[in-house]
Design a protein around this ligand. Structure first.
Ligand code: HQG
Length: 181
């Protein structure tokens, strides 16, 4: 069984398109019913999928993309949503510098407009250059910006940190972006 393929499918369902398997995502917390998710994946993707495999995916995911609630009756993606949910994130002071990786082809537009959330609920920022490079390399040659998050924070912008350590904000105006490479 291709666990990466299932994990990608799960991300799509839990962040963007629960209707793919006809389930609801709760507005507060973005939780899905664990059994409904399993049944939906069994029906539409992998007939041998079960709780044991789901637990393995949640526990071993390299970016800790998912979490269960206490009794594992619910499961969610920790960040990355485009559907309208309230994760209950509290505003936090970010590190002085964060990073954002993007395909080279977006540079001109980003230099002009800054970072915008596009399809998702937040702009996503990485803790280090290497992770940002990886994110930027998903769809082409990567380019990495240094983001002056400390300055943004002092200027009143709000930041949130997901359970798996991804920093989120609503926008990054161009004056807070520096070229890295
Ligand atoms: C770009 C992955 C033109 C932005 C990663 C990005 C992340 C602009 C793309 C998470 C722009 C949106 C999110 C502007 C932003 N003009 N392009 N003004 N402003 N963009 O996928 O940050 O592996 O929604 O640079 O690790 O790439 O899925 O965002 O290239 O945490 O768990 O518009 O996805 O996590 O793309 O990635 P995305 P992202 P997972």
């Amino acid at each position: 069984m291709n666990l990466t393929g299932i994990s990608k499918y799960m991300s799509k369902i839990l962040r963007h398109a629960p209707e793919l398997i006809g389930i609801d995502i709760e507005y507060y917390g973005a939780w899905a019913d664990t059994q409904e998710l399993i049944k939906g994946i069994v029906r539409t993707k992998e007939k041998n999928f079960n709780m044991e495999i789901l637990e393995k995916i949640v526990a071993n995911d390299e970016k800790q993309r998912y979490s269960f609630n206490e009794d594992k009756s619910k499961v969610r993606a920790n960040q990355g949503h485009s559907i309208d949910v309230d994760m209950g994130f509290e505003a936090k002071m970010p590190p002085e510098i964060l990073f954002h990786g993007t395909p080279e082809t977006n540079r001109e537009s980003i230099d002009r407009l800054g970072l915008l959330k596009q399809g998702r609920n937040y702009v996503h920022l990485s803790n280090d250059k290497q992770s940002a490079r990886k994110v930027g390399g998903r769809h082409g040659k990567p380019f990495v910006y240094k983001v002056l998050t400390g300055q943004m924070y002092r200027d009143g912008y709000k930041f949130y940190c997901s359970d798996n350590g991804v920093w989120l904000t609503d926008e990054v105006p161009p004056q807070y972006l520096k070229y890295l490479y």
